[in-house]
Ligand binder design. Structure first.
Ligand SMILES: NC(=O)c1ccc[n+]([C@@H]2O[C@H](COP(=O)([O-])OP(=O)(O)OC[C@H]3O[C@@H](n4cnc5c(N)ncnc54)[C@H](O)[C@@H]3O)[C@@H](O)[C@H]2O)c1
Length: 379
């Protein structure tokens, strides 16, 4: 049976943007979506022109998201999914408007700026019956799914401790701190209450929850601006506890010169340990207690079904970031067609992250006092 492609639209992700190409490659990698509509740039003409160069029909290459919404909602061939890949402060307004108009949404992280907005998105998505996914794309790497499946299968026993880092050095040059592309991230007027933790740390926190199959309950934070001109933190150390009692440690930094992507995680259980790093995404390191350390490779036999489903090329062939994003789109295509997908990060994950960000800021201001990290709706 041939299945018609789903129709996909994107807002933001214009020419030269950081995340736009990963969405375009990801959405189209498996022939599941066709790129049908877009409002790709904050400059209307540039957005229209670029969308057409990418193959979008002229009447669906829009100047802004409002125009796209007004036109798409009345079309018989309206888009099945819209991706929101604009700067953070615009996510809430756009996601809410599209969900209310009955569109499925994939929103970039952080989903919203405040916990209240995040809770509203959860409610609006529920009321609409539409999907609101959030692009915690690292959780869609096959070997991260393998780690979660192994934890669920009891391969490392009850998880005692999870340690994760998302620390890079790309904003570590003080002489570049005034570069407008860097500066806004540490300016509360543009970035909100948090810099590095809201930008990168929440990926690591989500990953900890995802692999441990548990939620963050409380946290204590030390936030630092190691470059003095920065108002928001460029480095943070977060201690946390999960609902099931697991102890968590998270370090996130943008001044860790020499660390490139710098995202890794280790999970320590009563009978074994697991380690995964985004710079070697095809390998999961597993050590059973008292046993030998093993390298589990994407593509080898005996992996969990979920991992086989999301692997495309043969063992030891690199499969990287855009295909992790493509895995989010595979899960979304299934979900849109009515088959629920357990690993797909949703609006609840989105609001949990925002609540953790605000809790970390409160803790940082209170000398590390422990805070409830959960949004009120999940307490
Ligand atoms: N999931 C991930 O791993 C990941 C990685 C990078 C960025 N992101 C997120 O993606 C989002 C975009 O980040 P980026 O680094 O690509 O930013 P960017 O500044 O590189 O690109 C932003 C794009 O959005 C366009 N834009 C801005 N306002 C718009 C509007 N109102 N309507 C339509 N288009 C608009 C800009 O013209 C530009 O093309 C952010 O929320 C960021 O946190 C996520």
């Amino acid at each position: 049976m041939t299945m018609a492609k789903l129709r996909w639209g994107m807002i933001g992700g214009g020419e030269g943007s950081q995340i736009g190409p990963a969405h375009r490659l990801g959405a189209q990698a498996d022939g599941l979506f066709e790129f049908a509509a877009g409002a790709l740039d904050h400059r209307p003409e540039a957005g229209r022109e670029y969308a057409q160069r990418l193959g979008v029909a002229a009447d669906r290459a829009y100047g802004n998201w409002q125009e796209m919404l007004a036109s798409e909602k009345d079309r018989d061939d309206r888009i099945d999914l819209v991706t929101i890949a604009t700067p953070n402060s615009t996510h809430f307004e756009i996601a809410k408007a599209y969900l209310e108009a009955g569109f499925n949404v994939l929103c970039e992280k952080p989903m919203t700026m405040t916990v209240e907005e995040g809770e509203e998105i959860v409610r609006v998505a529920e009321a609409s019956g539409k999907i609101c996914a959030v692009n915690y794309c690292y959780s869609a790497y096959p070997m991260v799914r393998q780690a979660r499946a192994m934890v669920r299968a009891g391969d490392i026993g009850k998880v005692r401790l999870v340690v994760t880092n998302f620390s890079h050095g790309h904003h570590g040059d003080a002489t570049d701190a005034d570069n407008p592309r860097v500066r806004w991230r540490y300016d509360p007027a543009m970035a909100g209450v948090s810099g590095q933790f809201a930008d990168c740390g929440i990926h690591a926190l989500h990953m900890a929850s995802f692999i441990c199959d548990d939620e963050v309950k409380t946290l204590s934070a030390d936030l630092a601006s190691t470059i003095a001109s920065r108002e928001l933190e460029d480095d943070a150390m977060i201690n946390f506890r999960m609902e099931g009692g697991t102890v968590g440690r998270l370090w996130t930094s943008s001044v860790a010169i020499g660390r490139q992507h710098g995202f890794d995680i280790q999970v320590f259980g009563e009978t074994g340990g697991l380690r995964w790093a985004s710079e070697q995404p095809n390998q999961l390191i597993y050590t059973p207690v008292g046993g030998r350390t093993q390298i589990i490779e994407k593509g080898e036999g005996g992996l969990h079904d979920e991992v086989q489903r999301l692997s495309r090329v043969a063992i030891a062939h690199p499969e990287g970031f855009p295909l992790a994003v493509a895995n989010i789109y595979c899960d979304l295509a299934d979900a849109i067609r009515g088959e629920s997908r357990d690993g797909l990060p949703g609006a609840a994950d989105g609001v949990r992250s925002i609540a953790a960000v605000h809790a970390a800021v409160a803790s940082g201001k209170a000398d590390g006092a422990w805070q409830d990290a959960r949004p009120p709706m999940f307490r």
